[in-house]
Design a protein around this ligand. Structure first.
Ligand SMILES: [Cu+2]
Length: 498
């Protein structure tokens, strides 16, 4: 008699456990590990351990409307018709209870970028929740355990590259930084309703239409439809961005009709920078001033002085300045793209700097990661990693096939970790393009310096190692915060084993 193979046993149907678990697998495959579910008791337990404080109520209406960018009225999508949306402010330890009413023509979601929150409030459709259909509402409720500068945006298709973004500020009553006034500065690259929609851009990028062969020659900056070629940066490399944007905004305003921040000379101002762009790193500077950088992605660092800061998509920096007297330009240069956004600071009389001003600070001392160290009290304790996950940043402009380890959109096969582990992620970039890598639900530490971040630039030909403690059970996205790279497939899930 022929020996029973596992396969024939499965076919036979008379299968006892544990083989039943294999029934869904193909030949020789191990059963898939099971992972903590976002709505599980494990997630609820982690949230309870945060000792949730009082719940603060907010309502967010995602709408399609016309918005005035400062002399240019565009049709777009936003929270409540303003760009950025109204900021949400809570104190550390309080709960955000925000009801999103979706009046958009398609499904949406909200991701609370950088917050170590309960997994089922993380806002990733089909990973942590069902998509919020057009016409539906959904209430997010979560504790904000760490003070700092955060923001929120959809995690649905290309919606982030419309006007759907706003700051989330978590205040700390025991903050050690000393300032008189606060100014949140949100940076964005803008095409929606002007040259097309973000979906049009993604279509062109994925079709490969417009890609010209430079033959290795430096032809300078060129555009073709929505595509940009030749955007080179001494910081980010010779491919600083792929998308042509006709405008760059600071707090939703064009350079010709900028926001004006008014204060008294001598005021100490805490700037909270957020890069809400889709495909643009911004180099920010304030004419006539130096920044004292105090926070990276919400977490305090040892203060460092700099003339300019390059901010990747999704990153945040806080910096303090003591204002001089006069009128000054806060300039956000689109790195490598030869265009700028701006706002103004007015503390006295005088002419506003011209629209095209390029302050000397832009080419002064530009902050680098290796100058920064975590503040005392927020450094991870020294510990060898229990597990290392290699994420090779694969793909190229030719196929627009961005992925991790050659596997695009591999959301059904999480990289498995165990609660309590120290996990190291190795972002391996052998390509020509830089990528801002973002991990949900955790604030990692750069392995070299310990600097705390949740979004970190990985340069061409660089391997960046980051460590985090697996203390927040659930399923968490790791992805490129270049919106178009993420949508093309550079996203994956890290799952806590059940
Ligand atoms: Cu990328």
């Amino acid at each position: 008699m022929r020996a029973l193979t596992r396969r024939s046993m499965l076919r036979g149907g008379a299968v006892a456990l544990p083989f039943a678990a294999l029934a869904a697998c193909s030949d020789d495959e191990q059963p898939k590990p099971s992972f903590v579910e976002p709505d599980s008791q494990r997630v609820a337990g982690a949230e309870a351990a945060r000792n949730p404080g009082p719940a603060r109520e907010f309502q967010l209406n995602a709408i399609a409307s016309e918005v005035d960018l400062g002399g240019l009225v565009v049709p777009t999508w936003s929270y409540g018709g303003t760009i950025p949306g109204a900021p949400i402010r809570v104190a550390k330890g309080e709960q955000v209870r925000a009801t999103l009413v979706n009046d958009l023509p398609e499904a949406t979601s909200i991701h609370w970028h950088g917050v170590q929150l309960r997994c089922n409030a993380d806002g990733v459709p089909d990973v942590t929740q069902a998509p919020i259909a057009a016409g539906e509402s959904f209430t997010y409720q979560f504790t904000a355990p760490d003070a700092g500068t955060y923001w929120f945006h959809p995690h649905s298709g290309t919606q982030l590259d419309r006007g759907l973004y706003a700051p989330l500020i978590v205040e700390d009553p025991d903050e050690t930084v000393d300032w008189d006034l606060e100014w949140t500065v949100v940076l964005d690259d803008w095409m929606d309703g002007v040259t097309g929609t973000p979906d049009d851009v993604l279509d062109q990028l994925e079709s490969g239409m417009g890609l010209m062969d430079h033959g290795g020659m430096d032809m300078g900056l060129m555009t073709d439809g929505h595509m940009l070629m030749g955007a080179s940066s001494d910081i980010l490399g010779d491919d600083a961005g792929d998308v042509y944007y006709p405008h760059y905004l600071v707090n939703g305003k064009l350079p010709a009709d900028p926001e004006v921040f008014e204060a008294d000379p001598g005021a100490r101002v805490r700037l909270r920078f957020v890069n809400a762009g889709g495909d643009t790193a911004f180099r920010v500077a304030l004419s006539g001033h130096r920044f004292t950088v105090t926070h990276t992605d919400g977490f305090p660092c040892v203060p460092v002085e700099a003339d300019a800061i390059v901010i990747g998509m999704g990153e945040r920096y806080d910096a303090v300045v003591t204002l001089g007297e006069g009128v000054f330009a806060l300039v956000a240069e689109a790195e490598g793209k030869q265009m700028r956004g701006r706002a103004l600071v007015r503390t006295g009389t005088g002419e506003a700097p011209t629209v095209d001003i390029a302050p000397a600070e832009l080419t002064g001392h530009v902050l680098a990661y290796d100058e920064l160290a975590p503040a005392e009290g927020v450094a991870l304790e020294a510990r060898e990693p229990d597990r290392t996950i290699d994420l090779e940043l694969t793909g190229s402009m030719d196929g627009y096939d961005w992925a991790f380890n050659g596997k695009p959109h591999d959301l059904d096969n999480p990289y498995a970790i165990e609660e309590g582990e120290r996990v190291r992620l190795r972002f391996i970039n052998d390509g020509r393009m830089w990528h801002p890598m973002h991990l949900h639900g955790h604030t990692f530490a750069l392995a070299d310096t310990g600097l705390r971040k949740d979004t970190a630039i990985v340069l061409p030909d660089q391997t960046l190692e980051v460590d985090f403690d697996a203390v927040n059970p659930g399923r968490w996205m790791v992805h490129c915060h270049n919106l178009y790279h993420g949508e093309a497939g550079m996203m994956a899930v890290i799952g806590y084993r059940d």
